[in-house]
Design a protein around this ligand. Structure first.
Ligand SMILES: Nc1ncnc2c1ncn2[C@@H]1O[C@H](COP(=O)(O)OP(=O)(O)OP(=O)(O)O)[C@@H](O)[C@H]1O
Ligand SMILES: [Mg+2]
Length: 471
């Protein structure tokens, strides 16, 4: 196991937490228990002493003390005021006629319950002691001392202490075991994620993480899988982009080369056919020009090299001028152009030329992908401090599955050759970039065979940041 592994870190953390909680807890329980056990032991011996002192009334009763002492596993001594032992239940531990310590004499003649521990030097044992004055019938002034061996009591306390510590160590081991299993369970999907991420980084986008839970780890796994999918799509788009670019460049060039060859070899029947070939060459050259201009434009926008020329723009005039420009193309397909603009649309502070480029692209699409005798309506409303423009057409529409991709470079819904001339698939990509550059938003809605609507929302005033940068 590595020191910096999650298993070790989690284990160490839980161990430290448990130790810092359990140690003081066990210590406190131990002390409380020790104290209450000792005071219980003292209480019992005090009780015994009190009972003996109450029940002994004459010297004759002393004979029974030996048996009582044996029965209660205690030692009993009767002493006089000087501390001399007059009676002992155990002569080996407390010799008859010897002198007992002053402290114990006071204990024997006091009426209070005390908690005294006494070390007997004769047998080297510790005792709990309780003493009470004795009132015998012959008026003798004697005291009673009851000794209980502390070894038994302390042994019981130690046994319980041991049990507490064993329980703590057991709990600790169990907690560590659970932590190990839990952290292994937690770490294993992470390790799998690491492996898959490395594979994805090497281009193996098909590698996927198994999603085994719906928690944070599960959503991380989903995110990694999504990332792999996105990267795969990006790589495919890149490959497609280069394939498209080379195809779109190569095709007009090959047409141009072919027809020039035909003209050079004079392989045409008459002047009319020659003119036809020349117009094809011109068309293809124009297509090449459009493609290169669009690509150049797109790369300039993407690399942030496009400078905006900001000015106050009359949206009404701008739309009118665009509609005039596309009127001829619309007439060719008998398309009706309509305008429905709110009168309260203000002048907006933006880049007029770029705005016109956006509208022209959308209007040209609306014409190109419209039916004969179709309609195009340009609507304009003001809402939430923004100008909302809608370009609605009654054209072929866009299939739902193509909608998310139409703003991508070279994306064409109809990829047929007949649609090749005049269509590069870059128009909407440029539009999207320009709208974003003008701090706007663009959306599309479409119903197949019914029509398409593009929505653009533009701010009244491009934000200060951009103004500072550009002006
Ligand atoms: N109004 C529309 N109605 C139906 N389909 C549309 C419309 N606008 C765009 N599309 C579809 O989206 C694709 C991408 O449009 P885009 O404008 O980017 O490229 P294009 O029109 O093919 O070429 P160009 O670069 O000359 O504009 C089009 O090929 C077309 O299939
Ligand atoms: Mg277009």
């Amino acid at each position: 196991m590595k020191w910096n592994s999650i298993v070790f870190k989690l284990g160490a953390t839980i161990f430290i937490i448990l130790i810092s909680v359990l140690l003081p807890l066990i210590y406190t329980i131990d002390r409380l228990f020790y104290k209450s056990y000792l005071s219980e032991a003292h209480y019992q011996i005090n009780q015994l002493a009190a009972q003996y002192s109450n029940s002994l009334s004459s010297r004759e009763d002393l004979d029974s003390l030996q048996a009582v002492a044996n029965l209660t596993k205690t030692e009993i001594c009767i002493i006089d005021r000087e501390g001399k032992i007059l009676f002992t239940s155990n002569d080996e531990a407390f010799h008859q006629d010897t002198q007992i310590e002053r402290e114990l004499v006071e204990e024997a003649y006091s009426k209070k319950d005390t908690q005294i521990e006494y070390h007997n030097t004769t047998n080297n044992l510790n005792y709990f002691v309780s003493g009470k004055p004795l009132y015998l019938s012959n008026q003798e002034d004697v005291g009673l001392l009851v000794f209980s061996n502390a070894k038994h009591i302390k042994k019981s306390v130690h046994d319980i202490e041991l049990l507490l510590w064993v329980t703590m160590i057991g709990a600790l081991c169990m907690a560590l075991g659970f932590t190990y299993i839990a952290s292994k369970k937690l770490a294993s999907p992470l390790l799998q994620m690491e492996k898959v991420t490395r594979d994805v980084a090497k281009g193996k986008f098909y590698k996927k993480v198994t999603i085994s839970s719906n928690d944070e780890v599960g959503s991380l796994a989903t995110a990694i899988n999504d990332l792999g999918q996105e990267l795969e799509r990006y790589r495919n788009r890149q490959t497609e982009f280069f394939a498209n670019i080379s195809h779109d460049l190569r095709t007009p060039i090959s047409y141009i080369k072919g027809y020039i060859q035909v003209l050079q070899d004079e392989l045409y029947k008459d002047e009319k056919e020659k003119d036809l070939y020349l117009s094809i060459i011109l068309d293809e050259a124009n297509q090449l020009n459009v493609l290169i201009t669009d690509l150049f434009e797109l790369s300039k926008i993407e690399s942030g090299q496009l400078d905006l020329q900001l000015n106050w723009i009359n949206v009404h005039e701008l739309i009118e001028s665009c509609l005039i420009k596309v009127a001829l193309k619309a007439k060719e397909k008998e398309i009706l152009l309509q305008k429905e603009l709110d009168t309260n649309i203000p002048f907006i502070f933006s880049d007029g030329a770029r705005l016109e480029q956006i509208l022209m692209n959308l209007l040209e699409n609306a014409i190109r992908y419209n039916k004969l005798n179709g309609h195009i309506k340009v609507k304009g409303v003001v809402e939430k401090k923004k100008v909302h423009l809608l370009i609605e057409d009654t054209g072929v529409g866009i299939p739902e599955e193509d909608l998310p991709y139409i703003f991508e470079r070279f994306y064409k819904v109809d990829k047929s050759r007949s649609n090749r001339i005049g269509s590069t698939g870059l128009g909407l990509s440029i539009v999207k970039h320009l709208v974003l550059l003008l701090e706007g938003e663009i959306k599309v809605k479409s119903t197949l065979h019914k029509g398409t609507t593009f929505y653009i929302a533009l701010p009244f005033n491009i934000r200060e940041g951009i103004k500072d940068k550009v002006l």
